[in-house]
Ligand binder design. Structure first.
Ligand code: G3P
Length: 214
């Protein structure tokens, strides 16, 4: 499973890339707004740091305006993936961009019907938001299972990015289902590595090593 960092924070991206486990990054208008930087300069910084696909979201609402925005962002780098909301205008955008070989990530996916339509329009990726489904007492991971099954039924090549990941179990279940990608906040990335027995084991090894005559 590929791991993307779900952040627009340059320090977090630099750390993640240095660990050698980050395959790409995803942003959204809320993550960008948190950084208090100019939008295009920040996107350029992210592209310089991340050695893989970087999702950048359009914010216009008509297909024509979204396409114009997308074409501007796509010129920044071949790693730019245009994040498009799932709605009728969004589908038109995905179709047009896929015909121009511009990669798309269809976002705000909350049902397998939305995922299937996005894939049919030519989406490179779909982003189902598991945490936000759990927040309203649904099961985000059941949606991932459903989409994976539907895509498998028809040999659809659109990749599933599990988004709105809130904790390590979302990550583990994504891998068990066989999702293509999990995009995770930096705080979750560090939790994935933690295990109390690792810490206890490390402490004991270091204590015993002190007793060794050198
Ligand atoms: O980037 C989209 C998604 O990952 C947002 O997550 O935590 O705001 O629901 P969250």
């Amino acid at each position: 499973m590929k791991i993307f960092l779900d952040t627009a924070n340059i320090d977090e991206l630099k750390k993640g890339v240095a660990y050698g486990i980050i395959d790409g990054a995803t942003t959204n208008p809320s993550l960008i707004a948190k950084e208090n930087k100019g939008f295009i300069p920040l996107v350029k910084e992210i592209l310089d740091v991340v050695p893989g696909p970087v999702s950048v979201e359009v914010t216009a609402t008509s297909a024509e305006e979204m396409i114009a925005e997308a074409k501007k962002y796509a010129e920044l780098s071949e790693n730019v993936v245009i994040k498009v909301p799932i709605n009728l205008e969004g589908l038109k955008v995905v179709k047009t961009l896929s015909e121009s070989n511009i990669k798309t990530n269809v976002t705000l996916i909350f049902s397998s019907s939305q995922a299937l339509l996005a894939a049919k329009a030519g989406a490179t990726y779909v982003s189902p938001f598991v945490g936000r489904i759990d927040d309203i007492s649904g099961s985000g991971m059941e949606l991932i299972e459903e989409i994976a099954q539907v895509f498998d039924n028809y040999s659809i090549e659109t990749e599933i990015i599990v988004a709105s990941v809130r904790h390590p179990q979302h990550f583990v279940q994504s891998a068990l289902i066989g999702a293509d990608i999990a995009t995770i906040p930096f705080s979750t990335l560090t939790k994935l590595l933690k295990h109390p027995l690792t810490d206890i084991g490390m402490e004991k090894f270091l204590k015993d090593w002190e007793k060794v005559k050198k």
